[in-house]
Design a protein around this ligand. Structure first.
Ligand SMILES: [Zn+2]
Length: 143
């Protein structure tokens, strides 16, 4: 793919493709998203009527999902929550993630790490109870 910067129209169409796949993904939506993404990727080579059509669709979708379309309402890219709905919203270039999604992602990452560890280590270790009592480290002010 050429590294030329996307036009705003291209960006809008690519956005629509991504937006379609956020919720309730059906086969039709996926096909449509693939088509839009393809159009966005090959934008300069597409005929004008097709581009206009795709853009009109993308804009309608934009209006539908983000009604007032202010760039000022940051939302979690993953679950769509707004900053005011969540404890945190960490913004990156073109994306944002909320505290809930971070927790979820962390959880998934940890589980897959543990799964990997379990797969790698030999299963010879008996799965006995850990007899060590959970002794909290004493953090007193010892002089
Ligand atoms: Zn979220």
């Amino acid at each position: 793919m050429p590294d030329s910067p996307r036009t705003p129209d291209q960006t809008t169409v690519a956005w629509a493709a991504d937006r379609l796949l956020i919720t309730d993904v059906t086969e039709r939506k996926r096909a449509l998203a693939d088509l839009l993404r393809h159009l966005a990727d090959t934008w300069p080579q597409q005929p004008d009527p097709l581009r206009e059509h795709a853009l009109a669709f993308a804009q309608a979708l934009h209006a539908h999902f983000d009604r007032p379309v202010p760039a000022a309402v940051p939302r979690c890219t993953w679950c769509g929550a707004r900053a005011e709905d969540r404890r945190q919203l960490i913004k990156g270039p073109g994306t944002a993630i909320c505290g809930d999604c971070i927790e979820l992602v962390t959880e998934i990452a940890r589980e897959s790490r543990e799964q990997q560890k379990a797969d790698n280590s030999s299963p010879a270790t008996p799965g006995g109870e850990d007899t060590r009592k959970q002794s909290a480290p004493v953090r007193g002010e010892t002089p």
